[in-house]
Design a protein around this ligand. Structure first.
Ligand code: DGT
Ligand code: CA
Ligand code: CA
Ligand code: ZN
Length: 577
């Protein structure tokens, strides 16, 4: 059993304990499982190995006492945990689904269940539509409306997975397949290869010498829960998390054409097929043909070339102008992960991050970064332990001290200052000017009408100390839509004031989204890609930010954190100093 799976069970227990409340110490207990879950997630070693090693003790891990260690052992040995099963039996099957709704936690789920007999998302929708939620404690007409909105987003998200989940799963499956001698090559195709923010199913393409034995080996992967189809050239399975994987076993001679076909998008493929047809040819997953004669099929480059096109990076293949650009040799030279020189949004233990400035800096150096900007939260964001003025000043001192001590990387003192409901900032200018760089974002009151939200953002952008607008649309993928506002006016104001829009690489945000990034580029503006890291491991989110930037046609020059430090500061602070 992998750490990830153990963590998922503990997370579910933490929620169930809060819903059931049948243990006198339920708050304490739930918090303990929650803490353990976080320990397990960030533990670099396999818990299963520690559990099986007679010379090691699980209780040496932070937050893991004898009781939880026993549960981990039980999970590793039997695949199940009795306590988890008991807790599960006490709630209706569909009740946990409510926790996927934005704004519904275990306490609310419990209330809807106990007060109204709600047992599923369907039940909750009916109750909300009948106006039965508004009279419950801490609820009103507005929060009832928000629940209906959350249900709508949830339904739209059904069956889709975050890019990060799909990417990590694909890496795992690819490594598993590559262990086989018969396998020569494995590559992800479909929406994952195109870097879409969410993925419906995983498409893996394989070249190898013995298709039957590869298929046999693949279905043995421990995460395969169900085999949907197993033929000579295709295996489809469902994994334990319900993600479907289509594996296609291909011949080298048609690999390029197949890779193109299964990468899609469908719209891109349709346009290419039309183009082939106009020349009297036929394009399929087997190749580009003139009658029976193969014109090209072995590599993608050959096929595009024969069609009179430059090779098109997968992230652009949406039939949104990339084919015309490839024809005219006007494709952008897309930004690459290795060109990133620093990260400009991250949190430390001063607010809600999990490690110190020093540890963040050490990892950033390992990644070859030349600078980082520490952006702890401001006081209004109480759930994130935001800093009041006094603590903010101390934090600046602490960051500057770390900067003196650590060589080889610039460490800048910043803040993620909260944009209050009326557009004022959570710190006075006298404090804002003490930071090296100020990033401002919204964390509350996201249900304002569009005109209020627009005015709020415009007001924040008018503060001369604000240099970056963090996660500009506030969306949470698969959970919360962007808040409504006049994108055009806000982007124009940012441009006028020289404020840079952030592309937040956290895979649950990817905010700006690809379309908005493209809009930024079309306006001749630039972005910053940051990860919003709360732990050194989160620096890896940069990958997803870069994929999204590429989908928005961004080149190196359009992404400010590809610049060396001095040039970045100059670009970022045109109005200051
Ligand atoms: P997803 O899985 O919903 O995130 O999106 P995709 O793009 O991965 O779509 P999927 O898995 O249904 O199919 C993979 C690729 O195969 C798709 O991008 C293009 C190609 N493909 C699938 N069905 C069709 C089709 O009916 N016509 C064409 N031209 N291509 C198709
Ligand atoms: Ca797919
Ligand atoms: Ca598929
Ligand atoms: Zn934030």
């Amino acid at each position: 059993m992998e750490n990830r799976e153990i963590a998922a069970v503990f997370e579910e227990i933490a929620n169930l304990v809060k819903i059931n409340q049948d243990d006198p110490k339920w708050t304490f207990k739930s918090a303990a499982y929650d803490r353990a879950k976080r320990t397990i997630e960030s533990c670099p070693e396999s818990l299963e190995e520690i559990a099986r090693d007679p010379n090691r003790k699980l209780t040496d891990l932070p937050g893991i006492g004898p009781d939880l260690a026993g549960k981990i052992k039980e999970l590793v040995e039997t695949g199940k945990c009795q306590y988890h099963q008991e807790q599960l039996k006490k709630v209706p099957k569909g009740l946990l689904d409510l926790l996927n709704l934005q704004g519904v936690g275990p306490q609310k789920a419990r209330m809807f269940y106990k007060e109204l007999g709600v047992e599923s998302v369907d039940d909750l929708e009916k109750a909300a539509k009948a106006g039965r939620l508004r009279d419950l404690p801490k609820m009103d007409v507005k929060s009832e409306e928000n629940i209906l909105k959350a249900i709508e987003v949830y339904r739209r998200a059904a069956g889709r997975f975050l890019l990060s989940k799909a990417y990590e799963t694909a890496q795992d499956l690819i490594a598993f397949l590559k262990k086989l001698k018969a396998v020569d090559r494995v590559e992800p195709a479909g929406s994952l290869r195109r870097g879409r923010e969410t993925v419906g199913d995983l498409d893996l393409l394989v070249i190898g010498s013995d298709h039957a034995s590869i298929a046999e080996h693949f279905v043995e992967h421990p995460r395969v829960a169900q085999i949907l189809a197993k033929g000579e050239d295709k295996v489809s399975v469902k994994l334990d998390n319900d993600l479907q994987v289509d594996v296609r076993l291909l011949e080298p001679k048609s690999y390029g054409a197949a890779l193109m076909y299964f990468t899609g998008s469908k719209e891109h493929n349709v346009a290419l097929r039309d183009r082939a047809k106009k020349k009297g040819w036929k394009l399929s997953e087997y190749g580009l043909f003139e009658d029976q004669k193969v014109l090209a099929s072995r590599t993608e480059e050959e096929v595009y070339d024969k069609l009179g096109l430059l090779w098109i990076p997968p992230e652009l293949r949406e039939n949104l102008g990339e084919i015309e650009a490839a024809e005219k040799d006007e494709l952008p030279k897309l930004v690459e992960l290795r060109e990133i020189k620093g990260d400009l949004q991250m949190h430390t233990t001063a607010s809600d991050g999990q490690t110190s400035v020093e540890e963040m800096a050490a990892r950033a150096k390992q990644l070859g970064y030349e600078y980082i900007l520490i952006t702890d939260h401001s006081k209004a964001v109480t759930i994130a332990n935001g800093l009041d003025e006094k603590r903010a000043v101390e934090n600046i001192k602490r960051i500057h001290a770390a900067r003196k001590k650590i060589n080889g990387i610039e460490i800048w003192a910043g803040t993620e200052v909260d944009i209050l409901g009326d557009g004022k900032l959570d710190y006075p200018d006298s404090l804002l000017k003490q930071f090296d760089i100020v990033l401002a974002s919204i964390h509350s009151r996201m249900n304002q009408p569009a005109d209020e939200m627009t005015a709020r953002l415009l007001k924040a952008l008018d503060n001369p100390y604000v240099r970056i607008l963090g996660h500009p649309t506030g969306r949470h993928l698969l959970k919360r839509d962007p808040y409504p506002f006049d994108i055009e006016r806000v982007f124009e104001a940012a441009k006028r004031n020289g404020v840079i829009l952030e592309l937040n690489g956290n895979p649950e945000r990817l905010d700006l989204c690809d379309r908005h990034v493209k809009l930024v580029r079309d306006k001749g503006m630039k972005v910053i890609i940051s990860t919003d890291a709360h732990h050194p491991d989160h620096f890896d989110f940069m990958r997803y930010g870069v994929m999204t930037a590429r989908r928005g046609w961004m080149e190196k020059k359009d992404v400010l954190n590809t610049y060396p430090p001095a040039k970045l500061l100059k670009a970022l602070r045109p109005l200051l100093k």
